[in-house]
Design a binder for this molecule. Structure first.
Ligand code: MN3
Ligand code: MN3
Length: 325
């Protein structure tokens, strides 16, 4: 046991990315309870039962994945931080993952009956292809023998890739000017995930560069194999959700595009040929527009303007080799 415990000093920050990320995340803080989801009830009632089923169950799936992130993901990454400020950032991320997980329940309680909500949770707690991805990733998080860098890869694949089969639905409706408040919640989540994926990917790249060339190559080989494995399951999950409404192929294009973005966050070359131009432009529109200005905090007088914070782009972090001068 160490003799002394070290107090975190924000006036001496060894990695400026920690501070920048903390500031970005705290600036864009939000809560589900401030979004008027009940304004979407009119749109909701125009959907047929297949489409209502889809909306409920994609959010059931997303609830499960955000539960994994909030309960295991950040706790796992926190065991291998390089700086104390990194711990603080991961604490922030962990709390927001709990907000994300809770926000779907806010949507359910507005749009769905208690019986439907019970059915959605029974489904997400048992559906094979959904459970496959949750158990696979959570299993890595909880296993102390798994390489910490691989846990970062699992985290970025989950955040930047595996969530997007679910995000497609609210973005599609947003593009058709439907369920706008539900979509607003999803866009606030996406804005968070954009920072999370970039930050964890950056920390991964620093760790990767410190390995020998042989070990870097082994890590890359493992990463691409792991992505194939996850994609194989994701294809089946997508068919299960989307075949009945006929959107499956479009969703698969969208998730391949996001798989490439996950690889970019990790500093790697894309795997799939799909680019932004291949994705349904209505869905891309939903992703790129900034969030509406709900101006939550001006009500309490401290002048935050939530909508002014833009999503991060991969180029926002200029990753340098820490060993280079
Ligand atoms: Mn999340
Ligand atoms: Mn996240």
């Amino acid at each position: 046991m160490a003799k002394n415990y070290k107090a975190i000093n924000w006036n001496q920050v060894s990695d400026a990315i920690d501070k920048a990320t903390w500031e970005k995340l705290t600036e864009q803080f939000w809560l589900d309870t401030r979004i008027p989801v009940s304004n979407d009830l009119g749109d909701w009632r125009t959907l047929d039962s297949d489409h209502q089923w889809l909306v409920g169950h994609v959010f059931g799936g997303l609830t499960l994945l955000d539960t994994v992130q909030s309960e295991q993901g950040m706790a796992a990454l926190r065991k291998n931080v390089v700086t104390q400020h990194e711990t603080a950032v991961l604490n922030n991320i962990q709390f927001m993952e709990s907000v994300h997980a809770k926000s779907y329940s806010t949507i359910f309680s507005t749009l769905n009956t208690p019986e439907e909500i019970d059915e959605i949770f029974t489904w997400s707690d048992s559906e094979e292809f959904l459970q496959n991805k949750a158990v696979r990733i959570a299993g890595m998080y909880m296993d102390d023998s798994v390489d910490p860098l691989k846990k970062k890869v699992a985290n970025v694949f989950l955040e930047t890739f595996l969530f997007y089969s679910g995000f497609f639905t609210p973005l599609y409706y947003l593009g058709h000017n439907k369920l706008n408040n539900v979509a607003e919640i999803i866009k606030l989540i996406l804005r968070d995930e954009s920072v999370h994926g970039t930050y964890i990917g950056y920390k991964f790249q620093i760790g990767l560069k410190q390995l020998s060339e042989k070990k870097q190559q082994d890590m890359k080989d493992w990463m691409y194999n792991f992505l194939y494995e996850l994609y194989d399951n994701e294809e089946k999950y997508t068919h299960l959700l989307y075949d009945q409404v006929g959107w499956t192929e479009e969703v698969l294009t969208f998730i391949r595009y996001n798989a490439n973005k996950a690889l970019m966050n990790l500093g790697q070359d894309p795997l799939f040929p799909d680019s932004a131009a291949d994705v349904n432009p209505i869905v891309m529109n939903g992703i790129s527009t900034s969030t509406a200005n709900h101006d939550f905090f001006s009500q309490v007088g401290n002048g935050y303007r939530l909508g002014e914070v833009e999503a991060m782009e991969p180029g926002d972090y200029n990753i340098k080799d820490p060993n280079e001068k």
